[in-house]
Write a protein that binds this ligand. Sequence first.
Ligand code: TYM
Length: 332
Amino acid sequence: MSTVFSGIQPTGEPHIGNLFGAMFNYVKLGEQYGKNAIYCIVDLHAPTNPLAYDKSTLARLTYEMALANMAVGLDPEKVIFFVQSHVREHSELSWLFTVQTPVGELERMTQYKDKAGKLESVPAGLLMYPVLMAADILLYKADTVPVGEDQLQHIELTREIARRFNHTFGETFPEPRAVLTQEALRVPGVDGNGKMGKSKGPGSTIGILEDFGSIWQKLRVAPTDPARVRRTDPGNPDICLIFDYHKLFSDLPTIQMVDVECRRAGIGCIDCKKALLTGIERTLTPIQARAAELQQRPQQVYDALAHGADQARAIAQPVMEEVREKMGFLKL
Ligand code: TYM
């Protein structure tokens, strides 16, 4: 049977890009794969980006990311769910891959180039980021990785790392493939500034647990088709991020209505945004209710993560033994 692995960084509040690009898929695949579905809050990745990392918030954000995933429907009893730094083998395998990975391959990664471009001093960890990611996946010999489109290049590198290891030390790792959610490859930010991203700050994101008043403030001022200056101008939904969101949140009759009415100026942008808010409320209300319930019992989240780390370690340790032996380390 296949093994599914995915990770999510605790660098900010989880947003609807994470939800549609990845978290809903975790739940769906979890139902199919049970304990062969392994999900991780990747806290060791967080400090690679000094702009997104803060010592004083890391633990809280890690807890909140776990809680949000459970509120969305991830069931720690059914799948394996844990925090990366609680399973030390991630760091060890990452090092053993680091020594085998050409720097040139890492320098080609577009996310690295984007993030490094914003920094005066680039930590080596930012360059090694995708190697740690490969270690996350291959530590469990996972072959199926649900992610958004922005991670495809990293998955391709993971395949390359697995191939190189197998070639040098003998068949050990599968070459994993990404699983994308077709309708949510790259959810745009609500500020109209490209992809929605945790590290771009709250101006870009619609939080899964954000209150609806605050979501409305963002939607109200969100850019729409720039050619639609007056209410009477026809609009083009194909270039409007509000329409992109409708496709995620609204029912089919609403999506079709917006598509037709926007083009013939039958609906104004504010009414269109109000209809969207209704869909957002319908989707997020049950998630927020479950989150509020879990907030009352934080120990339940901690216990789930502790149990998950034990289960993850039980898989990871024999794989590390195999890797150490294949690479020729002294065994006592
Ligand atoms: P992260 O924490 O940035 O994002 C978590 C997941 O959400 C997806 N995603 C999006 N999907 C669609 N539209 C968006 N606007 C959007 N923003 C984020 C991401 O593609 C991702 O699937 N490097 C990873 C974490 C990671 C990982 C792993 C993933 C570490 N190790 C091993 C898979 C396997 C990351 O930064 O995700």
